[in-house]
Design a protein around this ligand. Structure first.
Ligand code: OXD
Ligand code: MN
Length: 583
């Protein structure tokens, strides 16, 4: 099956290290899926759900201490520490190979090593990259089968080239004290050990398509971003494409699958991706975007027919659920489901559960893995090998105060600064305190594979190459009033803001200039059919100068860690904001 010396040689080295009893090369066939599913169901790694109600669906429970990405155990391993930068954990490649090598040594004894070739991107696309993941987890193989184009197609695409990302994963003991997720950009290699949680072990996703890809993009003149991609079609049938970066669990999947409100007839939203966008300048001077993934790995709690009907319809078949509640009829439930809590069930920890037991039935970071192709709002061109041209880029965060509903940056450099100063309240997608405001530039703080100051520099350089760059905006769906009530209805009504953004891109609506950027002019956002009063809109678009002075100070404090490496363009924008606020 394989005629690639580099692949064979690397696999045999890793076999020597991990000493599995058996090595199975995955070809991605249906027969292989059936065989692996049967085996995992027999061992209890997966639970088959009610096949009449949820055909092809499975449930998996992770270890209790292994429910989210572990950022403190995630490392960028470069020869020089400054190449990883101050925002990443760093280990030297020697230390990492030696430390993890000891853990991997013999880690697959008594187990099977699966060889999983995969494509991030579309076969034949200039965007695409090949990876090969070696893993001892069938759960990982079956998830990779959904999340990527996996199997023989990837080996065919690779041919006899040695240009692939070497991804090694072992569950080992699922012991948090022996858990590491290490990236070696200089060797195009990822080693992950001791975890079974998706974000740590589906190595095509965060590890390759963001951390390693961001390094490749910098070298090769493109960008790997933590962004959804959607198309907005107006009643005249014209579609504009938008990419948007929000931190984990801040509504990227919901926005990507938005259903227009009834009061906006003729408008349509098309989904192209919900988590990762690879961006390249096109020959037309525009920025083109492609979703390198083939599946969604979405957050379960809060997903329902109001928040995201398209996601609900996507996950009715061929879906792997992780850490949700199992009901007696073999279907599932999670907090925020449309159905009321069942009288009893088995919770995500495998324990008997009732609504009054005081525990969550589903883990707050429980997930679904489902094929993108099953999404009812999937764009017909989502697999276009060239991607789609972007009209706008949106940055956003979860901020109770400060950031207005929407504003437009003055130009690419200012937009890069807006992205570089993004901040958001933390969520359950990563282990650690929740609800704390942290800086998360471009939503990439956990995912940038190199020095973030240089990453900002790369953004500025990319902008200089684009003769027709997308316009850059910032949104905040989460602004609250003094009593902690959300001011903006969100969900489908977010299309009103997208419409304003598209109108701005076409120069079709006036805006008000403010110190932080262009704001919607009075009446600029259509509120017909909402409960949002003009007074609420005033609060939603209010720029509180005192709060922005405080923000300016906090930005300066945060930037200090980069010292002289912070690009001049970012410093200039910081000064310009101070100047505009003082005016
Ligand atoms: C994700 C994340 O799973 O950002 O997409 O954590
Ligand atoms: Mn994400």
């Amino acid at each position: 099956m394989v005629q690639n010396n580099s692949v064979e040689q690397w696999v045999s080295e890793m076999v020597k290290l991990c000493t599995p009893d058996k090595v199975v090369w995955c070809n991605g066939s249906e027969e292989e899926k059936r065989r692996l599913t049967k085996e995992a169901v027999e061992t209890g790694e997966l639970i088959e759900l009610n096949q009449d109600k949820l055909p092809g669906c499975l449930l998996h429970r992770t270890a209790k201490n292994d429910v989210a990405r572990t950022e403190h155990l995630t490392f960028i391993c470069t020869s020089r520490q400054e190449d990883a930068g101050p925002t990443n954990n760093w280990m030297s490649p020697e230390e990492a190979y030696s430390k993890l090598g000891k853990i991997f040594n013999g880690s697959m004894k008594g187990r099977t090593m699966y060889v999983v070739p995969f494509i991030m991107g579309v076969p034949g696309s200039p965007f695409s990259k090949i990876g090969i993941e070696l893993t001892d987890s069938i759960y990982v193989v079956l998830n990779m089968r959904i999340m990527t184009r996996m199997g023989q197609a990837a080996l065919d695409e690779l041919g006899d080239s040695a240009d692939f990302t070497k991804c090694l994963h072992s569950k080992h003991e699922l012991d948090i004290d022996q858990r590491y997720i290490c990236h070696f950009p200089e060797d195009n290699t990822i080693w992950s050990v001791g975890s079974g949680y998706g974000g740590n072990v589906l190595l095509g996703k965060k590890c390759l398509a963001l951390r390693i890809a961001s390094c490749l993009g910098r070298k090769e003149g493109w960008m790997a971003e933590h962004m959804l991609i959607l198309g907005v079609e107006n009643p005249q049938g014209e579609t504009h494409y938008i990419a948007a970066a929000f931190p984990s669990a801040c509504g990227k999947t919901n926005l990507a699958m938005l259903i227009p409100p009834e009061s906006m007839p003729g408008w349509k939203v098309w989904t192209l991706g919900d988590d990762i966008a690879w961006l390249r300048p096109g020959p037309d001077g525009r920025l083109w975007a492609l979703n390198p993934e083939a599946g969604f790995f979405g957050v379960m709690p809060g997903t329902n027919m109001k928040s995201n009907p398209n996601a609900m319809r996507t996950i009715q078949k061929n879906t792997i659920y992780t850490n949700v509640l199992l009901k007696e009829d073999g279907t599932i439930w999670w907090e925020g489901h449309d159905d009321p809590a069942p009288g009893r069930g088995i919770d995500w920890q495998g324990q008997p559960w009732t609504p009054v037991c005081g525990e969550k039935g589903a883990h707050p970071n429980s997930r679904f893995t489902a094929p993108v192709s099953q999404c009812p709002s999937i764009a017909s061109n989502w697999e276009n090998p060239q991607g789609v041209p972007l009209s706008a880029i949106i940055f956003g965060g979860r901020r109770a105060k400060l950031a207005p509903l929407v504003y437009q940056s003055f130009n690419w450099q200012h937009g890069t600064f807006v992205g570089a100063t993004m901040a958001s309240e933390t969520t359950a997608a990563a282990l650690g305190a929740q609800g704390v405001v942290r800086r998360d530039p471009m939503a990439m703080i956990p995912f940038c594979g190199y020095n973030m100051a240089e990453y900002f520099g790369h953004w500025l350089e990319m902008g200089a190459k684009l003769t027709n760059p997308p316009k850059i905006f910032h949104v905040n769906w989460f602004r609250q009033d003094e009593d902690g009530n959300f001011l903006w209805p969100g969900f489908g009504d977010n299309l009103r803001v997208l419409k304003w953004i598209i109108d701005r891109c076409g120069g079709n609506v006036p805006a008000e200039e403010s110190p932080i950027g262009y704001l919607p002019a009075n009446g600029g956002i259509n509120l017909e059919g909402t409960d949002v009063s003009d007074e609420m809109m005033d609060v939603l678009t209010y720029v509180d100068k005192d709060a922005w002075y405080e923000e300016l100070r906090s930005q300066a404090e945060w930037f200090k860690q980069f010292g002289y490496t912070l690009p001049l363009g970012i410093l200039k924008e910081h000064e310009a904001l101070a100047f505009r606020l003082a005016k």
